[in-house]
Design a protein around this ligand. Structure first.
Ligand code: ATP
Ligand code: MG
Length: 604
């Protein structure tokens, strides 16, 4: 059974990319169908993915649970889970929790939530019901066993140089490193020392286990990289069982191998790690500890999005220093924040498809993300009228023409292209709310809305002719005045009798629903926040959040045709797409967040 999200683009229209080409070739060659296991049953038991499986594409998404996932992770999730879906394979969700210090179950839950919300799951699709949700810390036993194997094979040693000596002896780009004096230790000596490390007989930092590769390698990652360090820290999952922890570069390939991943897809910064990935897995395969062929690593360019930070550390700083209201603040580029802002899984999947996967770094314009949201909401979001900056419009001849106190019924389609969604209804009377900006005493050229003497249509209602406005002592307009032209209501035979150039949106004073509207803009005013020497905190956009008291049409209220439920998106006509806030919105106190405007008006 699968409840994978449907792809945003049908399979046959999907642009190919270098990863699809690699997978196609591996499937055609049967690369992983020929996977063989040469080890002992004891080691086989560690294989998390169960018995050797054949032919299938097996991918993984391996977040470290040290923060909330962001839009860059969304790219990686859509890529990995999307490829698994498209190739009838599976994608594992694996918590890379090998670092005991920074991890938290709050993050674990938020990550599960984000991946599921995006429309993906980690179930086996072979009817077995297997859930491929893993924690790297479950493999600590096997990782240690692999470490002992390397030691016994003469491929690793315990180094007790000081941290400074180790750094100095590593060399740098132009200079080869220098062998550690501990490099010549015998396997027996190393094994005894490693066990002492494990058993807590050495102090934190007193020794590290290192691979014995080549201190002169032009790739610094192959200059005897560290495999294990001593760190007395309580792990959120294994508690105090261990006082030594594997390094990420050692742990990660092993996690992939144990889960029988086929294609281990990561971002470009790991390219230089690939030789070590292969070295380690080759050695473990030779030792019979893992199946062959072992997984291979492929790198793609990470997402860089203008106006957005995609560093978990910096995002955490925004939260802990309260520059935003939390990880799910609608201005945050976290998946939780985007969701609260009004983004949909479909919009993020479309975005991931549109930006594609390449091997060269670039910046994606934030407007591309916004465009995907508009595009996916346009065809389905119910329409509604809202007045965000209200001023009262009085139809001075209403009582005389329509009858005193009359409220006239108006209706509008829920969606202009989806008649099956029905109609929404609201009433027009002597007083309606209009946008302050829709009236100009002395109109600039090309202004077709309200100014003395001009006729406009109140959308779905009547044609009116503006007669002027009332102002307060400060010169601010407090009331706009107009006369209704009888028999011009939309949908009636007379509606075409008067031609107008302007149509304005409105909400009746009698049936308006007051609502809090939260207007969001980009969190940063700089397109590349935090790059160079600039502190990203100095680039926060001071106008990124504003709350206003607005009026929305009554069909959004309880019992209305488009009653707003928390988390639901609407197009407020002429304004943009809004979402009923998934946390704060209630029918008693409606709250709408601006998700994205109707047009890209940034910078204007
Ligand atoms: P950290 O600095 O904490 O390691 P990270 O962003 O690398 O942060 P991980 O939890 O390690 O976070 O990332 C999980 C996966 O998401 C990795 O495979 C990583 O390559 C991928 N990923 C992270 N950031 C991006 C990005 N901006 N674009 C695409 N993929 C990303
Ligand atoms: Mg990482």
């Amino acid at each position: 059974m699968t409840n994978h999200a449907a792809p945003a683009t049908p399979e046959e229209h999907k642009p190919s990319n270098f990863l699809r080409q690699i997978i196609d070739k591996d499937l055609a060659d049967g690369t992983y169908a020929a996977r063989r296991w040469g080890g002992t049953p004891g080691d086989a038991a560690h294989h998390a993915a169960g018995p050797l499986d054949t032919a299938k594409v097996r991918l993984r998404f391996p977040p470290e649970p040290n923060g909330y996932l962001h839009v860059g992770h969304a790219k990686s999730i859509c890529l990995n889970f999307g490829l698994a879906r498209d190739y009838g394979g599976v994608c594992h969700l694996r918590f890379d929790d090998t670092n005991p210090e920074k991890e938290d179950t709050e993050y674990v839950n938020a990550i599960i939530d984000a991946v599921q919300w995006l429309g993906f799951d980690w179930q086996a699709h072979d009817g077995s019901g297997t859930s491929h949700l893993y924690q790297a810390s479950d493999y600590f036993d096997f990782m240690y066993r692999a470490a002992e194997h390397l030691v016994q094979a003469g491929l690793a040693y315990v180094d007790e140089q000081s941290a400074e000596d180790m750094r100095a002896n590593r060399g740098d780009f132009g200079h080869p490193g220098t062998d550690s004096p501990f490099r010549k230790r015998t396997p027996a000596e190393n094994l005894a020392r490693l066990r002492q490390m494990r058993d807590g007989e050495l102090a934190d930092g007193a020794a590290v286990l290192r691979a014995k590769i080549d201190m002169a390698s032009p790739n610094i990652n192959l200059r005897d990289p560290a495999l294990y360090r001593i760190r007395r820290a309580t792990h959120h999952h294994t508690g105090d069982t261990w006082c030594i922890y594997p390094m990420y570069t050692f742990a990660h390939p092993i996690e992939d191998a144990l889960e029988q991943i086929t294609h281990s897809i990561c971002t470009l910064e790991f390219e230089d790690q690939r030789p070590f990935y292969d070295w380690l897995l080759d050695k473990l395969a030779e030792g019979g500890l893992i199946a062959t062929p072992h997984p291979h690593q492929y790198e793609f360019a990470r997402l860089n999005l203008t106006y957005v930070l995609t560093s978990k550390r910096k995002l955490a700083q925004l939260v802990t220093e309260k520059h935003v209201a939390g990880w799910d603040d609608p201005r945050m580029p976290t998946i939780a924040g985007l969701r609260r802002r009004g983004y949909t899984p479909a919009s993020l999947q479309l975005f991931a498809e549109r930006i594609g996967v390449t091997k060269s770094d670039s910046w994606i314009d934030y407007a591309t993300l916004e465009g995907c949201l508009r595009e996916t909401l346009d065809g389905s979001a119910p329409r509604a009228m809202a007045v965000l900056e209200p001023v009262k419009l009085v139809l001075t001849n209403w009582d005389e023409v329509m009858g005193e106190g009359t409220l006239d019924d108006c209706s509008a389609p829920v969606h202009p292209h989806l008649p099956e969604l029905g109609k929404r209804s609201f009433q027009i009377g002597r007083e309606v709310w209009i946008e302050r900006g829709d009236y100009e005493e002395t109109p600039p050229k090309g202004f077709f809305r309200l100014f003395p003497g001009n006729k406009v249509r109140l959308k779905y209602g009547h044609v009116i002719e503006c007669t002027g406005a009332v102002k307060n002592a400060a010169g601010q307009v407090t009331e706009v005045q107009a006369r209704v032209i009888p028999d011009t209501k939309s949908g009636t035979p007379g509606s075409d009798s008067v031609k107008v150039k302007g149509v304005i949106t409105w909400v009746g004073v009698a049936d308006a629903l007051p609502a809090e509207v939260r207007l969001y803009e980009r969190l940063f005013s700089e397109a590349h926040p935090g790059t160079g020497d600039t502190d990203f905190l100095t680039q926060l956009n001071p106008g990124s959040f504003k709350t206003i008291a607005a009026y929305v049409e009554p069909s959004l209220a309880a019992g209305g045709a488009i009653q707003a439920k928390a988390g639901q998106q609407f197009q407020f006509e002429r304004h943009g797409y809004f979402v009923a806030d998934r946390i704060d919105h209630t029918t008693a106190k409606p709250v709408f967040n601006l998700a994205v405007g109707l047009k890209d008006s940034w910078g204007k």
